[in-house]
Ligand binder design. Structure first.
Ligand code: ADP
Length: 389
């Protein structure tokens, strides 16, 4: 018994001391060699597969972390398997949400409904409000052998798209409304005249009204065409070396009769300021600013236009002594059809589009617009054009 015990211990000892981390370094028994070789090959295979998995995981992480779109992988129970930074921010959580159920992380009813629908139909999408913006959420189920094993959620920012759709709808509604008002006046006046209901001495007044409304409509249509041209990028308009003073001289000359009629002094001073710009658009900017400065002025008021050079900028300043703009309206007057006093603007032939054209045309020149105004004191608008684009 003693001998057998010792012998078996001696035989088993090297087996217990086998270094399985490096199977090929064991040289005790030749009989074990095939087994150790097999273990070594399998270990190499496992190590390679582990490395490959890590590489793929890090590749997936790098791609998804850098994405502006949110991406979430869920298992069949709706638990989060993976969530990228963008999605975590939108759902108001962090990467530690992994393992939690998506519906406990975010209780948006649209999301609950979306997941239910995706379960039934395989793919579905919806638009939901997340993190202060509008997001399109696409949900697609992942199948394996005909069974749903998970769901992929993709979140795309569609805030801008929805906003521009809304703006377009608003714009169309506004245009229709703006065109309808003068058309009603024209058709009403013409109808009365045609029916002989207007006294001969009133005919000039009726005709004047028709003429004024027609002019306003033409102005409106002109402004709309200009704006839509700017919306499309005005690519047919080429930049050329332009002197802002020369442009302003032309505009001031054109507007001088209108200023005189309103009893307003219109003055231009300054120096040559040359830079690469689109002459027609620059002319539109100066025209609209001066036109407003004259129209929103008081009797015996004045408008002064100044052109100067400041470091790398050509600067246009239009100041008036007019009615001013109350602070709460200053942000919005550059919006399409926004007016401080709708009926006053209409009366004096405004379209509500002048400053939107200024804003758009300035943006195409990378120019900044500054506005200072004192109610009943006057308004100063400054446009700074960078000379190097
Ligand atoms: P409008 O055709 O009505 O003048 P704009 O887009 O040119 O349209 O201007 C928008 C609004 O901004 C005007 O209706 C007016 O209320 C206000 N506004 C613009 N310029 C001046 C100014 N120089 N002084 C006072 N108010 C102004």
């Amino acid at each position: 018994i003693v001998l057998a015990s010792r012998l078996s211990k001696k035989i088993v000892k090297p087996l217990n001391e086998l270094n399985l981390e490096e199977p090929l370094s064991n040289e005790e028994y030749d009989e074990l060699s095939p087994l150790l070789k097999r273990i070594d090959t399998q270990q190499k295979q496992i190590r390679w597969q582990k490395k490959e998995l890590e590489r793929k995981q890090s590749e997936f992480k790098t791609v998804t972390e850098g994405m502006a779109e949110g991406i979430v992988l869920l298992n069949s129970e709706g638990e989060i398997l993976s969530i990228n930074r963008a999605a975590a921010e939108l759902f108001g959580t962090d990467i530690f949400a992994v393992g939690q159920n998506i519906l406990s992380v975010n209780r948006n009813p649209a999301l609950t409904e979306l997941l239910h629908k995706a379960e039934k139909s395989g793919h579905t999408e919806t638009v939901a409000e997340l993190g202060g913006g509008s997001y399109q959420i696409d949900a697609s189920t992942v199948l394996s052998n005909g069974e749903v094993i998970g769901t992929v959620l993709l979140l795309l920012d569609v805030t801008e798209k929805i906003k521009s759709e809304q703006l377009r709808q608003e714009f169309t509604a506004n245009v229709s409304h703006e065109l309808k008002t003068p058309l009603h006046t024209i058709s009403g006046s013409a109808e009365l005249m045609a029916g002989g209901m207007v006294k001969p001495e009133d005919i000039p007044e009726f005709s004047r009204r028709i003429f004024a409304e027609t002019r306003r409509m033409i102005q409106l249509v002109d402004d709309i065409i200009k704006l839509s041209h700017l919306d499309e990028g005005a690519e047919d308009m080429k930049r050329e070396e332009t002197d802002l003073l020369h442009i302003a001289e032309g505009v001031v000359q054109t507007l001088q009769p209108e200023a005189k009629k309103a009893g307003i002094t219109l003055e231009l001073r300054g120096e040559q300021a040359v830079f690469s710009g689109i002459p027609r658009l620059l002319s539109s900017i100066v025209y609209n600013l001066c036109d407003n400065a004259i129209r929103y002025n008081r009797r015996d008021g004045s408008v002064s236009v100044e052109i100067k050079n400041e470091k790398d900028f050509a600067v246009l300043t239009v100041s008036d002594t007019g009615i001013g703009i109350p602070p709460e309206h200053r942000e919005r007057i550059f919006e399409r059809f926004y007016r401080v006093d709708k009926s006053h603007s209409r009366e004096i032939g405004g379209t509500g589009l002048g400053l939107s054209i200024v804003k758009h045309a300035a943006r195409l020149h990378n120019a900044e617009i500054g506005l200072q105004s004192v109610v009943d004191g006057g308004t100063t608008v400054t446009v700074r054009f960078p000379k190097t684009v």
